[in-house]
Write a protein that binds this ligand. Structure first.
Ligand code: IVH
Length: 673
């Protein structure tokens, strides 16, 4: 092996420099989310350090960035008794509880200045970290609060835990925090579990808890846990700072990740923080289950003390749970607009995230097989954000043997028509062209608010129109007479007149609404708008070639093909003819046309990234498009502006690297006017 062209002091200096450099990049990447170098450059630095250390083992120190992953699987974990117990928190589930906590604290503070720190309650597991002279010496799980397990090897792999403080601290310090898995890493882990045909983890918390007790730290390393620090103690269990806020500031300075927080002079500000974070909950990169509220002053904390379970100076404000277990009573099958059969689980109703959940879609036959869900099973369900509830897994422990396996029907449950599931597809469809379930779904879509907006045309009416053969397609709606409608069950004369007026008014909704209502595959509301503005009439669109369609920015080949196919069908063309004959506007309306006349953003390409404060992405995109601009999903040299909101990630970095102009929401809005 070639000797290195350094004497030991030079070598020592280079090793030191490399370590500092690597630590700085680890912090930028894992704690600050703002890397300065690529992964490859980081790896090259790490490899260089590894090389030097291999050649000079005497230079290896435990705080070196190369020492995160231990090679040897641990045999079981040694028990460790905490210096001071790791308590849990009292929970509160409503604002009254929070106000009661505030009153109790104010009584105890007896007119002395009282402030709170509100910080996010991360859903993970608590860890205690011991540092000696600024170097990580031990990591321990909470265990039962008094005794935990020594998981030092595993904790060392967590890159948002500094192996060495960036700033000097006391000789002995204990840092406590919550280890967790980000949503992204959780999803990646579950995808890997699927691939290896292992059981999925129900949520990031379970996954993190299962990971920290892995016996092979290489597995822990690969799963990429993170940690938010939330407290620090000095020797003799003293808190080294006069306030919790200062402790958090110090932790951030020492190189830890500290969760979003607010210093709140009153309980009203605490409540405002809780409410704000609840609305932003789904945009966070990790899951939270509430907010922890702590008395800021260390002196008051010590004075308030603790019960043997939890401190009197802190409380957890918990958000409504998003997971629950319940029983599957039945699995029914719904038939959609395209004839797709969707199995739906009928559940014993449970309260979840503020609503009652009584059903959950099972998507298709394969999903039922994957979950192996049977009638009578107990299941874990989840409802997150706006998303409809879904079944995560079967609770196998509750199986009695009486559960029944579900079979996808071979005949349409509505019309008895043949059900087909072509080779290689996941969706089963009813192939009967006259299936009333499909027709009903089509009528309801055509009449829906964002399409032709025919108010009063709901489920019950659609069913009757189909049953009495008054509507065989949506064009038939325009030849209904008031007498026919009044003759239907529960449709008195007055409401019949209303419905007729609605049908009449729908003729003027415009080309975008019509195109959306036609229910052409892959043509959603936004695409309908783009097509309407480009072709300006149903006639023009019906003659467009695939090449013409594909040439429009934002219209891909799939949409182009689907539009062409739709208009190639003689039945569909006849349908268009009947709509036109009924007097429906099939040309671009004044209001719609106006939108294209604004050419302010003509030839400009925008990229939207991060979370905007007052606009959704779709709204922002529409605002750009109606001004003649283009929205692209990736940053390139051709991008004119990147509109960056909160938590903007790699696109922002790329924009900066390419010198593309970056603007914030405020500047974007100024451009609009
Ligand atoms: S302070 C004695 N702060 O919630 C107070 N805990 O239900 C110790 N947790 O065991 C906890 N985020 O695992 C605190 N910002 C935060 C937290 C947090 C999550 C967990 C922690 C604790 C549990 C209590």
């Amino acid at each position: 092996m070639a000797t290195l062209p350094f004497d030991t002091t030079d070598l020592g200096r280079e090793v030191g420099r490399l370590r500092d450099e690597l630590r700085r990049h680890e912090e930028l990447y894992y704690v600050r989310d703002s890397p300065e170098i690529s992964d490859a450059e980081y790896d090259a630095l790490l490899r260089r350090l590894q090389q030097l250390e291999e050649q000079h083992p005497e230079l290896v120190t435990p705080d070196s960035p190369t020492q995160r992953v231990g090679g040897r699987p641990a045999e079981g974990f040694a028990e460790y008794v905490h210096h001071r117990p790791m308590l849990s928190l009292d929970n509160s589930y409503n604002l009254e509880d929070l106000r009661a906590f505030d009153e109790r604290c104010r009584r105890l503070a007896d007119n002395r200045r009282l402030e709170y720190v509100a910080e996010l309650k991360i859903d993970g597991l608590s860890i205690s970290l011991h540092y000696q002279d600024g170097v990580l010496a031990r990591g321990v799980t909470r265990g039962d609060g008094r005794r935990g397990e020594d998981v030092t090897q595993n904790v060392r792999t967590i890159k948002s835990i500094p192996l060495k403080f960036r700033e000097a601290g006391a000789a002995e310090l204990e840092v406590r925090g919550e280890a967790y898995l980000s949503r992204k890493n959780f999803e990646r882990l579950n995808a890997e579990q699927d691939e290896a045909e292992r059981t999925r983890f129900a949520n990031p918390r379970n996954a993190a808890a299962g990971t920290i007790r892995q016996h092979d730290s290489r597995i822990v390393h690969a799963r990429r846990l993170d940690l938010f620090a939330y407290d620090v103690f000095a020797a003799e269990d003293r808190k080294p700072f006069a306030s919790h806020w200062e402790a958090l500031e110090w932790l951030a300075g020492a190189g830890f990740r500290v969760s979003p927080r607010a210093l709140c002079p009153t309980v009203e500000e605490v409540i405002a923080f809780c409410n704000k974070m609840e609305t932003e909950r789904d945009q966070l990169a990790y899951e939270i289950d509430g907010v922890v509220v702590k008395v800021n002053s260390t002196a008051l904390q010590e004075e308030f003390g603790a019960t043997n379970k939890s401190p009197r100076w802190a409380i957890a404000y918990k958000y409504p749970a998003r997971q629950a277990t319940t029983q599957v009573h039945d699995i029914i099958v719904q038939v959609g607009r395209t004839g797709a059969l969707t199995p739906v689980a009928i559940l014993e109703p449970v309260q979840l995230a503020g609503t009652t959940v009584a059903r959950a879609t099972l998507h298709n036959e394969d999903e039922i097989k994957r979950l192996d869900v049977r009638l009578g099973d107990w299941v874990l369900i989840e409802k997150s954000g706006e998303i409809i509830p879904k079944i995560l897994q079967v609770v196998h422990a509750k199986r009695t043997g009486a559960e029944q396996v579900f079979e996808m029907p071979r005949q349409c449950p509505v019309c008895g028509g043949l059900v087909s599931r072509p080779e290689g597809e996941v969706v089963s469809r009813c192939v009967a062209a006259d299936c009333p379930a499909q027709l009903k779904a089509q009528l309801l879509h055509f009449a829906s608010r964002r399409a032709m907006r025919i108010e009063g045309l709901g489920e019950a009416l659609a069913e009757q129109l189909i049953e009495k053969q008054m509507a065989r397609d949506y064009a038939d709606l325009y030849s209904l007479t008031p007498e026919q409608i009044a003759g239907l069950e529960r449709k008195a004369e007055k409401s019949a007149a209303n419905l007729m007026a609605q049908i009449e008014a729908s003729k003027e909704r415009g080309l975008t609404a019509l195109l959306f209502g036609l229910d052409i595959r892959h043509v959603g509301e936004r695409t309908a708008g783009i097509l309407a503005r480009h072709f300006r009439s149903l006639d023009n669109l019906s003659r467009a070639t695939i090449e013409e369609l594909d040439a429009i920015p934002e219209i891909g080949l799939t949409v182009a093909q689907s539009v062409r196919d739709w208009f190639d069908d003689a039945g569909n063309l006849a349908l268009c003819e009947r709509l036109r004959a009924a007097g429906i506007k099939t040309e671009l309306a004044g209001g719609e046309a106006n939108e294209t006349r604004d050419e302010k953003f003509a030839n400009l390409t925008f990229v939207l990234t991060g979370k905007l404060e007052t606009l959704t992405r779709d709204e922002a995109a529409t605002l750009i498009e109606v001004r003649g601009g283009r929205v692209s999903s990736s940053v390139s040299k051709k991008t004119d502006y990147v509109v960056a909101g909160d938590d903007a990630g790699s696109k922002l970095d790329k924009a900066r690297a390419l010198g593309v102009q970056v603007i914030d929401e405020e500047q974007f809005k100024e451009m609009l006017d």
